[in-house]
Design a protein. Structure first.
Lengths: 369, 369
DNA sequence: CTGTTAGCGCATTCAG
DNA sequence: CTGAATGCGCTAACAG
């Protein structure tokens, strides 16, 4: 009774269990590691009982320290606010579960400094590998990772000068798919809207593919509009440019009764006349949302009659609002990333691999005229 | 030269640094812990140099094992797919950053089994505390947490039989606010739509408050519709019931040219006639989205003319679609949760506290007639 | 089959 | 001011 006051119910250790079971720590350890065949049934049940009685739970920190591996991997996300990230995460979690890994999820919230800090933290916690959906930063930040350091696989974007496996959307194909779809549906004036390229390879690839397709089609006009979502003033300016283009275009049908910009009272009658030739191609969901919000504010609830919107990423509101989208195989991206990482952790040496998964075009009313 | 082949660039340990700096481990340890005043400037710079040269990074696992605290806390989320979770997370991260804590984010993905597994995992990693946005499960699962076990604070929902701090929306007030708003705007037939109550206290509280307000107002009719989002068939049935009510209601204006249910060709002319008396009050964003998707599919793009929608939670698409919402102080909820937990970790003994934060009504076109 | 002995990397007395 | 010694909880050789 005088052993331990109820003050701090210190957690039982392997030693406690050994004593309680009247045996040595080794046997307990063996039990914990499933080496059942090496334990007499009798001892085994005594151990079981002791563990139960003491409500013992092995300390992973200590285990990790000893054996040099802790089954932890880091998952560094640039922006959880982007549905893309959450979806990828689901795949990551599933794969981790299947492979006996535990993902430490770190959210950089679009801040380079945060990214650096978390990477450092993951390193000090000796994670066995990291999956990183990097911000657009110099390879420098990722120095401790990849090549010389701990195994890493990149998601969605590659990083200049950083050799590592990478898995993501087949951006070329996706951008082509989207552009062709718009072209095929009679849109010959297409605005590709994208966040600042910075070092984000996926943005660059998407835009390049877009331009390439456009330039290969006579009579089609293509524009690239950079939308710096982090900079309200810049957004304002870019959208103004877009507005001018849309206004100049003259509108969708032959008869537009009225478009007041007041969402609650606009009355628009679409008569099925000649299609609008302008379409917006958003490079990802955040951009698409920004565009949609602006268009709705400017042209009213019926903004979709005025301009078509196609987005890479298929956020939950896409269906609701009827915009066309290219859905990324997010779950699989996450899953594959973990598989790659796992191989790497297990020592596979192959040269850096790229895994490009195809996107799926989901046609909705917005781009059908 | 024969010490370590380039094979496995083993990470430098404190011992390596000590040797490199020509001193003992203790001094390194002191340096790491910022006990600068106890080190001669000379030794100090030697240590600095050695650390730099070896690119040394202290092993947090070992530190944690030794000092008994690892600055880790668990953040268990029921469903990251719900924007609410992501927003709360932002607050959690900010607070952790400020308090020198590292959150381990665990995503139960609505699976009770996952929740149990993660809780167990967090325990074995000896996190100093956990913040849990629990699934609707029995206290049993959370046994290791709270009272006797590791400090815990609940977010959004309390758990029967589990005494712990809890922080979340003032559900009573929020539901009243929403209901009153609808009533004030002429809606006298209100459907409160909510996921199965199970053990989720917030759902119960919101619904109870709704009913209470309704029953206090003569002439107002209130219904509660349970929408089990995990069960497509059940959703189907519930929505059918709703449809009957809406159809019976007769529609919004005096003249409805045509409502075909085909989103791409519906032509509706709203003439500003008498308001529809039916309004839907969604208990949270996932429910609101489900409703909106259904209504759009059934009544066409102009579904909002037919029925009003108000939601607790203000998802990104709310503004776009113009539905009224009650925004939760998500960031603050997360922030406060960490603060509470931190106090607990530091040994504060006060009895379980409840922190109810107010929601903010954001009126949009949907509920204005 | 089972127990003893050494550390894993680090923080902490406790003597210099 | 500084360093040697001790052990956190656990696993991994080695002996019984």
């Amino acid at each position: 009774m005088s052993t331990t006051p109820l003050a701090a119910p210190r957690r039982a250790t392997i030693t406690d269990v050994a004593r309680e079971a009247g045996t040595g720590k080794t046997s307990i350890s063996r039990y914990l590691n499933g080496e059942m065949s090496v334990l007499s049934p009798e001892l085994r049940s005594r151990i079981e009982a002791a563990i139960e009685r003491l409500n013992y739970q092995p300390n992973q920190m200590a285990r990790g320290l000893k054996r040099g591996r802790n089954r932890l991997i880091g998952m560094l996300l640039a922006d959880l606010t982007n549905p893309y990230s959450v979806e990828v995460l689901q795949g990551v979690e599933a794969a981790c579960h299947a492979l006996g890994l535990m993902p430490l999820i770190c959210h950089a919230a679009n801040e380079v400094e945060m990214e650096r800090r978390y990477l450092q933290l993951l390193t000090t916690y000796r994670v066995e590998g990291v999956i990183v959906n990097a911000l657009g930063v110099r390879e420098e930040t990722l120095r401790p990772v990849g090549g010389g350091g701990i195994p890493a696989v990149l998601v969605d974007r590659s990083v200049d000068g950083l050799v590592a496996d990478m898995v993501g959307l087949d951006n070329r194909a996706a951008a082509e798919l989207g552009t062709r779809h718009l072209l095929d549906n009679g849109f010959d004036d297409i605005w590709f809207v994208v966040q600042p390229f910075e070092q984000v390879s996926s943005r660059q690839l998407r835009e390049a593919a877009f331009r390439e397709v456009i330039s290969g089609v006579g009579g089609a006009r293509g524009h690239t509009l950079v939308l710096n979502l982090a900079e309200p003033a810049a957004v304002e300016r870019a959208l103004a440019e877009l507005d001018r283009a849309i206004d100049a275009d003259g509108g969708p049908g032959d008869a537009v009764a009225s478009v007041t910009g007041n969402a609650t009272s606009s009355v628009t009658v679409r008569t099925g006349g000649k299609a609008s030739r302008i379409a917006l191609f958003a490079a990802n969901a955040p951009v698409a949302l920004c565009l949609a919000l602006h268009l709705k504010a400017r042209y009213g609830a019926d903004w979709q009659a005025r301009v078509a919107l196609l987005s890479i990423d298929d956020p939950e509101w896409a269906e609701l609002t009827g915009i066309t989208a290219i859905r990324q195989p997010t779950y699989e991206i996450g899953y594959r990333a973990v598989e790659f990482l796992h191989e790497r952790i297990e020592g596979v040496q192959a040269t850096a691999r790229d895994c490009l998964l195809p996107g799926e075009l989901i046609v909705r009313a917005s781009t059908l005229r």
